[in-house]
Design a protein around this ligand. Sequence first.
Ligand SMILES: [Zn+2]
Ligand SMILES: [Zn+2]
Length: 392
Amino acid sequence: MEINEKLKHLTETQIEEVVTMYMDKSIKISDILSKYNIDVKPGGLLKILPPVRTNDVCVICGEFLYKNIEARTAYSYSGEQRDRFCLNCGHKEYANNGWRRKKCDCNGCKAIEMMEYERKKNEIRKTYEKENDRIDFAELILADQIKLIYLLFNNSFHNTSQIAPMEVKENWIEYINRMIEIKAISVSPESEIEAFCEEDFPNKYYVAKVDYDVNVIFDETTLHKINNNTYFLEYSEKEELISLFKQYIYNDLIIRFEEMLEARRLQLHISENANNRFIELIDKISYTQILALCNRVAVFFSDKVLIGDMTKSVAKNAALLNVSKFYDRAVESEWTLNHAEIDYVGRELRFFIEKVLNKDITILKDVASVENLKNWSKREIDYSKRIGYAED
Ligand SMILES: [Zn+2]
Ligand SMILES: [Zn+2]
């Protein structure tokens, strides 16, 4: 151990005595300095004292750990003064306290970490590396095809063979779980360690954090048509598309309605009867008209609750049914129904309209009833005309 110049005239035992005396606060530092003839100012003594050996050994090399002598006026939240270190290999044991979270980065620790990393990686590989059956895209049912394409289009890998971890948004988790269930995707054996729960490692994983391998194969023509938004119109039954479209509209409306109520500190309870009547509305009026009705109900109910005319729980149970009731009253009174703005259409509904139906989201203003939907082919609006091209 390197002994400071100013202590070189002392024996090892004398240096130990100096240390012991320094730690005894009843002894004046100036007395220690003059007794051992040490040529520093009292404030400088601590700096030249050697670290003291502790009884603990280094986990890397087995030598004893040392620690610096704590200053007489030591006052530290972090525990820095109590850090221990190995003079042989450089390993450090940090006395972490409060917010301090220091980790040793000596070569020994790095090697252990690397081994631990490799060990975990291998465990993940062993658990998830298996031959998965390939499924042809055409074999999936329409609803699943659309979910898979939604996942692929919104995925940062931008290919059809892998899905990257994603920030959880709307139905992402639900879609992923469905794809796992039908074996269209499977957890990639190359997923990051952090994507797995520490408990029961590596059998438990975070659905949105692992990578996925896609087990579905696409032929060139299919891919080309999906990219041009023509695949689903060409290969699906119109009835099936319409009923799915209704589901997407319904899901989006419920989410929007919940948001409106939530903004007013109200909740939404969905009873079967109210739900059925709400679904019927989708056949009668447009998405934007239903949205406007939802907004009126949300405002009306929150006003009632505010002035004390209604409890929050009554509002919660009655909200959905009242959308239909507001509609009935409007029809009876022959009022015209307003349209809400379509700025807040959810990602999934937008995706369905643009990628599956190859339409513009403005159709939500005029197409909503099944009857209207059935007339698509007849009253086809050519939205491609909205885009101009430079002439040669
Ligand atoms: Zn060591
Ligand atoms: Zn270390």
